[in-house]
Design a protein around this ligand. Structure first.
Ligand SMILES: Cc1cc2nc3c(=O)[nH]c(=O)nc-3n(C[C@H](O)[C@H](O)[C@H](O)COP(=O)(O)OP(=O)(O)OC[C@H]3O[C@@H](n4cnc5c(N)ncnc54)[C@H](O)[C@@H]3O)c2cc1C
Length: 166
């Protein structure tokens, strides 16, 4: 990070950002070439040690699944509270934001209980609510994945003082 003052280290602040972003950009490597796909996610973070797990879901066919099957290593980024701001000259224009960048390993979930749990987690992150009803069929027609995040950093760029927003 080029400006250390923008790094977010407070665990509660990190949780708030993880709960706000709602979707991430998942970077995969498809036979040596990059492939990025946007996905909604659910997250679990241990506030003691910061350990982070993400859950993803989607169709049971498609390129991302083919790629993950061959290479389950990933990187990701997510952002929220993006707000453009204007300046007097071109280089003073920019965007305030909160964002996360990380990397990890993807596991396809097969166990029905773990899949259900992951889908509940996704719904909790997406809506803030618990206790959605899933029947066996709903759980069986999607692919469900867990990302064990090996490392991640969180950054916040505040709106500059004195600059008007667009
Ligand atoms: C905000 C947001 C949230 C999303 N959340 C989810 C989610 O939770 N789960 C999920 O499975 N998908 C989600 N999607 C859709 C996702 O980004 C992919 O389009 C989808 O998962 C299919 O990916 P795939 O690799 O299987 O592509 P395939 O269906 O195999 O498509 C083949 C090719 O079509 C093109 N293509 C596919 N999707 C898109 C696209 N969206 N835009 C432009 N070109 C495309 C690409 O070139 C791709 O390689 C979301 C998209 C957005 C924008």
């Amino acid at each position: 990070m080029t400006r250390r003052e923008l790094e977010v280290t407070d665990q509660n602040e990190i949780k708030r950002i993880l709960g706000t972003c709602k979707y991430l950009h998942l970077a995969l490597v498809d036979e040596g070439k990059p492939y990025v796909v946007t996905l909604n996610y659910g997250y679990r973070m241990d506030t003691e040690d910061g350990h982070l797990v993400l859950y993803l879901h989607g169709a049971t066919k498609g390129r991302k699944l083919d790629v993950i099957t061959k290479n389950p290593e990933c990187s990701f980024t997510m952002e929220c509270n993006v707000q453009p701001f204007a300046g007097k000259v071109a280089c003073q224009y920019g965007m305030s934001y909160e964002s996360v960048i990380g990397s990890g390993h993807i596991t396809m979930l097969e166990d029905p209980r773990e899949r259900m749990d992951a889908l509940q987690c996704i719904m909790k992150t997406q809506t803030g609510r618990d206790g959605f009803a899933f029947d066996e069929r709903m759980v069986s027609i999607v692919s469900v994945m867990r990302v064990d995040v090996a490392k991640y950093t969180v950054k916040k760029r505040p709106l500059p003082e004195g600059l008007k927003t667009k």
